[in-house]
Design a protein. Structure first.
Length: 224
């Protein structure tokens, strides 16, 4: 939040002059979603996303834009699941449903999903994601748990022949080019995720909205 910053020219990314300010502001988290979907090679595959935050919603739109056969989102916040639907989710599930894995596997005729994007960073979501993964499927680990996570190593990984790939940040600079293309060509409309906008002087109100677990906020933009 500094008024000015000095960085090496190599690290600077120049935005198109016609890119809206609010869209320019979300490229960093959007890039996380781009990298995750690219790593998972989502084209023509069934995808389930665990998590209902903004990056999960971005990933929903990106996966659909890149030709995923189906995208299902599992989350806790009803409003944010609604945002995921606006971003193109074919189906959403409440994570509090005690039969999430059963519903996901039934939905795929017992096969499981070819791609799981774990974006919640919660132990139960990680366990459910691995259980919902199809044999030989790809599990993208993006969420950050607060501590160690217990998983069934034998059944969830070895016997399932699971491909587990960690994703951190973005791939420089290819992710930025992909991000710019998706946003500037209209392949992904991030409008549904940008739920609130405040002036810089209202930063306390903006952060309060984000910290409220019952909030219906997606991404909150601060404008000078």
């Amino acid at each position: 939040f500094a008024e000015a910053v000095k960085v090496p020219a190599l690290c600077a990314w120049k935005n198109p002059s016609d890119m809206p300010t609010e869209v320019a502001a979300i490229q960093e988290p959007f890039g996380n979603a781009v990298y995750s979907c690219e790593t998972a090679e989502v084209r023509s595959k069934s995808v389930v996303i665990f998590g209902d935050g903004p990056i999960a919603s971005f990933a929903t739109g990106i996966a659909k834009a890149w030709g995923a056969r189906e995208v299902v989102v599992v989350g806790l916040n009803t409003a944010r699941l609604g945002i995921a639907e606006k971003m193109g989710a074919d189906r959403t599930l409440d994570a509090r449903d005690g039969e999430v894995v059963e519903r996901l596997r039934d939905h795929t005729d017992g096969e499981g999903f070819e791609v799981v994007l774990e974006m919640a960073g919660v132990e139960i979501a990680i366990q459910q994601g691995l259980s919902a993964l199809a044999k030989g499927g790809t599990f993208v680990a993006f969420g950050i748990p607060s501590g160690n996570v217990s998983i069934d190593y034998t059944d969830a990984l070895v016997f399932k022949e699971a491909k587990v790939l960690g994703v951190n940040g973005r791939r420089m600079f290819s992710t930025w080019y992909q991000t710019q293309t998706l946003l500037m060509t209209g392949q992904v409309d991030v409008g549904p995720v940008l739920t609130h906008s405040f002036g810089l002087g209202e930063f306390e109100r903006a952060f309060g909205l984000l910290e409220d677990p019952a909030s219906e906020a997606g991404k909150v933009i601060l404008k000078p």
